[in-house]
Design a protein around this ligand. Structure first.
Ligand code: NCD
Ligand code: ZN
Length: 343
């Protein structure tokens, strides 16, 4: 049977929510990931060090005593963030700030209305070597949803990198050939995460044969040509700039299957197996370890994890749902199989 042993991976983009939901989902990531960059888009968002440290404690409290899973905390950038808040965050080992353009996605109402008014804050981030994580989509209602990422590059990302020559940026959950090309041609201060769903699915998986709300996430799934460009990016030139970030984003079934379903796909139950399937599909399993376990650590100036996991090419059946408080959580591949398993 085909198998591969890799350094334990890290998830550099993860939503674990709060309270009951947090208890349900954290163990899935802790089973396979060494560390995870925890997204701050709670209600209310995590905007200061105190809130981040108490959120971190809540995550630690649901872990097994012998778990070595480490949450890496982030703060939500708002119009009110100050340079002092950046220095405090650096002192408290907060790893990054996350930019949500106001209105871009789930819980982004407190997001930034004009990034270029925050230059002093971004300068402070450059000084302390703290990356800015960007949800890279413009939000103007007259921009087509499939074009929001490509337009973000021109309108925001390029000017941002020009104005702040030392700022380090992670272009989160990229979904287009445009974004992949941009990162390949950028400098090493630019990295990008890619989700399993964007490596495995295109917009047909969302819209053909009926609308599948569990495949609705933001940025939205794109045309097949973009998926192929992402697969090429993780295995080609400058692939060291791309790393694992699932964007696993759990929502209760009732909020997904309704007249206005919310954005987010849950993948933490089988993240590394889904990535293994994607890399295997293009014969690039030899590139999986760098993507999953080395490139992200290097970008965040962290040591690689010291233990390993072994993946085997053996089918696993994914349940139709997991318990989620009073509701249910529908995972990616619910009631279907994934062709890889953890040994
Ligand atoms: C995320 C969520 O639900 O928090 N949803 C999503 O579709 N990806 C937010 C985000 O990362 O955009
Ligand atoms: Zn996200």
């Amino acid at each position: 049977m085909k198998s591969i042993t890799i350094i334990r991976p890290d998830d550099m983009h993860l939503h674990v929510r709060d309270n009951e939901a947090l208890k349900c989902v954290v163990p899935f990531s802790a089973r396979q990931m060494g560390r995870a960059v925890i997204m701050p888009n709670l209600k209310p968002p995590i905007v200061n060090v105190e809130a981040a440290l108490s959120y971190k404690q809540k995550i630690m409290d649901v872990l097994d005593k012998n778990s070595s899973f480490t949450p890496l905390m982030t703060l939500y950038l708002t119009d009110k963030t100050t340079p002092d808040m950046v220095y405090q965050a650096a002192d408290a080992k907060i790893v990054a700030f996350k930019l949500y353009p106001a209105g871009a996605t789930t819980n982004s109402d407190d997001g930034v209305t004009d990034l270029f008014k925050l230059i002093p804050v971004l300068q402070a981030m450059s000084e302390v070597n703290m990356p800015l994580l960007v949800h890279g989509e413009v939000t103007d209602s007259n921009v087509d949803i499939f074009e929001r990422e490509a337009i973000f590059i021109e309108r925001i990302l390029k000017p941002l990198l020009d104005k702040l020559p030392n700022l380090r940026v992670v272009f989160e959950h990229i979904t287009t050939a445009d974004a992949a090309q941009f990162v390949i041609q950028a400098e090493d201060r630019v990295g990008a995460t890619i989700t399993p769903q964007h490596l495995l699915m295109n917009r047909n998986h969302l819209l053909v044969g009926g609308i599948n709300p569990h495949h609705y996430c933001l940025p939205i799934l794109k045309h097949e040509k973009h998926r192929l460009a992402l697969l090429e990016a993780v295995s080609g030139n400058n692939s060291h700039r791309f790393f694992l970030g699932t964007d696993s984003a759990p929502h209760p079934r009732s909020k997904k299957e309704c007249s206005c379903g919310c954005a987010g796909a849950f993948s933490a139950h089988a993240a590394i197996e889904l990535y293994a399937e994607a890399f295997d599909s293009i014969g690039a399993l030899d590139k999986l370890e760098a993507f999953a376990s080395r490139n992200g650590a290097r970008f965040y100036s962290l040591p690689e994890n010291t233990d390993t996991i072994t993946l085997i090419k053996k089918e696993q059946i994914i349940p139709e749902s997991y318990p989620f408080g009073q509701d249910k959580l529908i995972p990616l591949r619910a009631n279907q199989t994934i062709s890889w398993s953890i040994e």
